[in-house]
Design a protein around this ligand. Structure first.
Ligand code: ADP
Ligand code: MG
Length: 555
């Protein structure tokens, strides 16, 4: 005989799930123990949201669903934020939660951690399923895998009742019930006429631009994309998590002339990028009203979401780019020389301006001077994963720290969420074995900071750099009561990690900052650098202040 516990573990192993991120408790503690005993790596967290974020980014990094395991009720709800974030960002993830007695839940008789979890998950997940009997575990997991990785990837909720886990079943029936999905993320070949429409637009484009999104990074079509960019000579702009898909130092990168290219391109190729708020919805002062779009995306309902798309190409990026390159004759696409020249003039000007800001060495440090030092260290370490969140900490790092390899930059993404830091850092280290630096605002760090214990417990090669200006956006003035955005002044975050056996640094100048980052990366030991930044440095909401509503009364 076997039981639900064993069958869940068998099904996960059969499907190549090597790691589970979770928080143990009723009714899944034995499931976690058994998974570990059977050779699945179990990474135990301090809060389900962080475990969920780890699973989500594991999915992004591996193209396999990352798995998060939680208890019922509140533990499940904690994980749900991460599931929703995964869905919003198109990361494949499966949240597995144990649930209490259905009969009691449905009559609302007040069970321990009672919650109708399936209904609660539905609005936040790409798909949600419940397994009510052990013989359905195999097919239930297969459904969850298909839903997570096919088409536009997303977060899937899989509810497993406590009763299902505990129910016994004969070995033969159990074996026959297991399923390995065949080709769960099938290629999606674009229609030939859609490729022809795209070619026709590109052929006459004088000022074309390619926008690379994290969908393009996820698709792992790195060579095909590079080939397309370099053959056509079209300038490209990476969205933040697409930085490094082509090196930021590539001569066709138009990142340093961003507003110029967005405002002046006649044809824009959206490659796994959405025209959402991060691109001002394709509208307003940043954009030209006459820009025409080619959008390559796996999800047909993304097309025309914000602006009419003249040439939609619905397909997976690898197949679509391959088809597009095959359809282009040599020299058929020719950005005008004037366009390339104008971009290069602006780039030079902006790069020089940035270099000046990075060279300045104010005391105390500001975001630019601190990150200028970090930039130098990381330029020699393209292997390092960079996790990044905050307001100013996010904006400045994105602009200052160059990436030269694909999928190395992991950040707040589509929602602009705070709290992904430690979860993403842990999963990046666990999944890849590579060193990670998490560049965090002091506020952003607070949302997942307790996971430094997790980082120390598993001896992960994670260096956490806290750009500490003493508050959300900035610190409070001396001698004032705490404002809604202020924190304790002169806080020593470095001492937190020492409590768990990690290495703490407290740095107040760029030289000791460089040394500390270097030492953290070289040692491979859990490291936290408290980097003191001028409390007056930092602007309200960073680059997106315009999103704060203004009362008509205040004007
Ligand atoms: P960014 O924030 O970097 O602009 P988004 O998350 O907004 O990126 O957009 C990613 C897009 O990529 C989504 O619309 C998603 O449907 C699409 N996508 C994800 N994976 C693939 C793939 N393999 N092929 C094509 N499109 C994809
Ligand atoms: Mg701050």
């Amino acid at each position: 005989m076997t039981d639900g516990f064993h069958l869940v573990v068998d099904a996960l192993k059969l499907n190549g799930i090597e790691t589970i991120y979770g928080v143990a408790g009723i009714p899944i503690t034995d499931l976690a123990r058994l998974a570990q005993a059977e050779g699945i790596r179990y990474i135990g967290f301090r809060h389900e949201q962080n475990a969920g974020n780890a699973a989500a980014i594991a999915g992004y990094l591996t193209q396999k669903p990352g798995v998060c395991l939680t208890v019922s009720g509140p533990g499940f709800l904690n994980g749900l934020v991460a599931l929703a974030n995964a869905t919003t960002n198109c990361f494949p993830m499966i949240l597995i939660s144990g649930s209490s007695d259905r009969a009691i839940i449905d009559l609302q008789q007040g069970d321990y951690e009672e919650l109708d979890q399936l209904s609660a998950a539905k609005p936040f997940a790409k798909a949600a399923f419940r397994i009510n009997r052990p013989q359905d575990i195999g097919i239930g997991l297969a459904r969850a895998i298909h839903a997570a990785v096919s088409g536009r990837p997303g977060g899937v909720y899989l509810d497993i009742t406590a009763e299902t886990l505990g129910t016994v079943l004969d070995i033969e029936t159990a074996k026959k019930s297991l399923v390995i999905p065949v080709d769960p993320a099938p290629r999606q070949i674009p229609a030939p006429e859609s490729i022809q429409r795209a070619v026709a637009l590109l052929e006459h484009a004088e000022r074309p631009l390619i926008i690379l999104g994290k969908g393009a990074a996820y698709a792992r079509a790195d060579h095909e994309i590079q080939d397309f960019v370099e053959r056509t000579g079209i300038p490209f702009l990476p969205m933040s998590m697409a930085k490094g898909l082509l090196p930021d130092g590539h001569e066709q990168s138009a990142a340093a002339a961003r507003s110029y290219v967005l405002g002046n391109a006649d044809v824009v190729v959206l490659l796994g990028a959405r025209l959402n708020w991060l691109l001002s919805h394709g509208k307003g002062p940043l954009w030209s009203e006459t820009t025409q779009y080619i959008q390559i995306d796996i999800d047909p309902t993304e097309i025309d979401s914000n602006r009419p798309i003249a040439a939609p190409v619905v397909g997976d990026i690898k197949s679509s780019i391959t088809a597009l390159v095959d359809a282009l004759k040599p020299g058929q696409v020719h950005p005008s020389e004037a366009w390339i020249h104008a971009i290069s003039v602006r780039k030079q000007k902006n790069v020089a301006r940035m270099a000046e800001r990075l060279r300045a060495n104010p005391d105390p440090m500001n975001f630019s001077s601190a990150l200028g030092a970090v930039r130098e260290v990381l330029a020699k370490r393209p292997d390092v994963y960079v996790v990044n969140e905050g307001a100013n900490a996010l904006d400045f790092t994105r602009n200052i720290v160059d990436m030269s390899l694909p999928r190395k930059r992991l950040d707040s993404g589509t929602w602009g969420i705070m709290g992904i830091g430690m979860g993403y850092a842990i999963a990046a280290a666990v999944e890849t074995g590579m060193p990670v630096v998490a560049i965090e605002g002091d506020s952003a760090f607070g949302f997942s900071g307790m996971e430094i214990e997790t980082i120390c417990r598993y001896h992960l090669p994670v260096t956490i750099l806290i750009l500490n200006n003493g508050g959300i956006y900035r610190g409070d003035p001396e001698d004032s009561d705490p404002s809604p955005t202020g924190f304790v002044r002169n806080a020593r975050y470095d001492k937190l990690i020492e409590a768990f056996g990690g290495v703490g640094y407290h740095v107040t100048n760029t030289e000791s900052l460089s040394n500390a980052v270097q030492a953290g990366l070289d040692s491979g030991r859990p490291t936290l650098i408290n980097c003191v930044i001028d409390p007056t440095a930092g602007t309200e909401s960073g680059h997106i202040q315009s999103l704060n509503p203004k009362s008509a009364l205040q004007q």
